[in-house]
Design a protein around this ligand. Structure first.
Ligand code: ZN
Length: 239
């Protein structure tokens, strides 16, 4: 009789595992979708940074064109000024603007390097993003296929359980055994039947069992652990 209960517990544990996998599927899929979103956001972020830099580079280039125009204009004015004072002022203006051009040139070189670097990283990220997203999407497919499979398996386990239960319910004694099992299973959150370990302890709570208790386990149909209340069994030669 204990063997039927052990069989039932095995099925119940499998059912619990299947249920927990089914129940966790939506959460796992959501997590993967979040990961995909994060990757997409990272790319969008890089694209934004790249565009910003490109705009800045154009601004610097415009600044330089403007300065060069101004220098040209000032240089042409050199021939028309009347006073020595005005001539000197104009020369100073030209020098200042040339210094500014040189600064802007440095800035442009700097930003061009940055643009190149950011573009390179963006291209690499885009490349690996496609692969990553493809991989994550196929993981979602796998979870969904697996969910369908284990839902079918769950139905099989449930019908296997029903037939073991029907068998146990058919006899008054085994039926009360079944009820006891259900009750302990509920209170213990799963494991209701435990094996006596090699050194004669309870396989559930690990407390040492007396010789008398072991004899009881071996001779009676149902013996409970005095400490945790689980049903004890001991493997014998015909097990
Ligand atoms: Zn125990």
């Amino acid at each position: 009789m204990i063997r039927k209960i052990i069989e039932l517990q095995k099925i119940d544990i499998e059912i619990d595992e299947i249920n927990s996998e089914i129940n966790s599927s939506p959460e796992r899929i959501e997590q993967i979708n979040n990961d995909i979103e994060t990757i997409k956001q990272d790319i969008a972020e890089r694209e934004r940074a790249f565009k910003e830099l490109a705009v800045k580079q154009r601004e610097f280039e415009n600044d330089m064109l403007k300065l060069e125009e101004e220098i040209k204009k000032a240089q042409s004015e050199l021939y028309t000024v009347k006073t020595n004072e005005a001539y000197k002022t104009l020369l100073k203006t030209i020098d200042d603007k040339k210094a500014q051009v040189s600064e802007v040139e440095d800035s442009i070189l700097e930003i061009m390097e940055k643009v190149e670097q950011v573009k390179k990283e963006l291209d690499e990220a885009k490349n690996s993003r496609d692969r990553q997203i493809q991989m994550l999407k196929s993981r979602i497919d796998e979870i969904q296929v697996r969910k369908t499979q284990i839902e079918k398996l769950l139905e099989e386990k449930k019908s296997a359980r029903a037939s073991v239960v029907a068998e146990l319910e058919s006899d008054q004694k085994t039926n009360s055994f079944l009820k006891k099992y259900e009750k302990i299973r509920q209170s213990k959150g799963g494991l209701a039947v435990v094996e006596v370990t090699e050194n004669d302890s309870c396989g559930g709570c690990n407390i040492s069992l007396t010789k008398q208790k072991i004899n009881e386990v071996l001779s009676s149909d149902m013996t409970l652990c005095d400490n945790c209340g689980r049903i004890l069994y001991k493997k014998q030669e015909d097990f």
